[in-house]
Design a protein around this ligand. Structure first.
Ligand code: FES
Length: 206
């Protein structure tokens, strides 16, 4: 299975292998779209097919505070249902001057997501969970003080210690240069699903 999901630079990557395990456990619960793990295992899509595939995610099973990882264009996309308390940490991170690019000046997200939440709707974070340092898969660590005493919640990359807030904005002192990438996506008219469509062209994964 690891051979079918290669990282963006086609280099061996232990973090991506960990993603495969995590994605397999969640996709059955939340993915209603075109790509499923079984399909990835049994088919070898062409590069063009993989690059154009969209993935729809049912939001209804995703409880507040929960993260779901889904395979999308051979990448680990995530959807996080952020609580009001989690959203409050984003302003706190800015006030404490923790972030390298708090205003998202580097175009790592579509223009409609250039805000504190890096999202169309504040509570829903849709992002590619690939560390911008060397393409590892950061861990979701939403609880305060779960990584360090000052930790507000976010994503922690154990490979070389990069840290991100709960919007995927990189924290100062991390080896990662940029915020994690946000893809293009749309919500269904009833707001019960999100479809991740294409990679934002200006964004760099790693
Ligand atoms: S790959 Fe994430 S810190 Fe190096």
């Amino acid at each position: 299975m690891a051979d079918t999901l290669k990282n963006p630079k086609d280099t061996p990557n232990p973090g991506r292998r960990r993603f495969l395990t995590a994605a397999t456990t969640v996709v059955g619960a939340a993915v209603a779209g075109t790509m499923a793990v079984a399909m990835i295992e049994s088919l070898e899509p062409t590069a063009a097919e993989a690059a154009s595939a969209s993935t729809s995610v049912n939001l209804e099973p995703i409880e507040p505070g929960m993260q779901v990882t889904v395979p999308w264009q051979k990448k680990p996309a995530i959807v996080v249902n952020r609580t009001p308390a989690m959203l409050a940490t984003l302003a706190e991170a800015e006030q404490k001057n923790l972030l390298k690019d708090p205003q998202c000046d580097v175009p790592q997200q579509p223009p409609y997501c250039r805000n504190r939440f890096r999202a169309r709707k504040p509570e829903w974070l849709v992002m590619v969970r690939i560390c911008t340092h060397l393409c590892c898969i950061p861990h979701y660590r939403p609880k305060r003080a779960s990584v360090a005493p000052w930790w507000l919640g976010g994503f922690y990359c154990p490979c070389h210690g990069s840290m991100y807030d709960l919007s995927g904005r990189v924290i100062k002192g991390s080896p990662a240069p940029h915020n994690m990438a946000v893809p293009e996506y749309v919500f269904s008219p009833d707001g019960k699903a999100v479809t991740i469509t294409t990679m934002y062209k200006k964004a760099h994964l790693c």
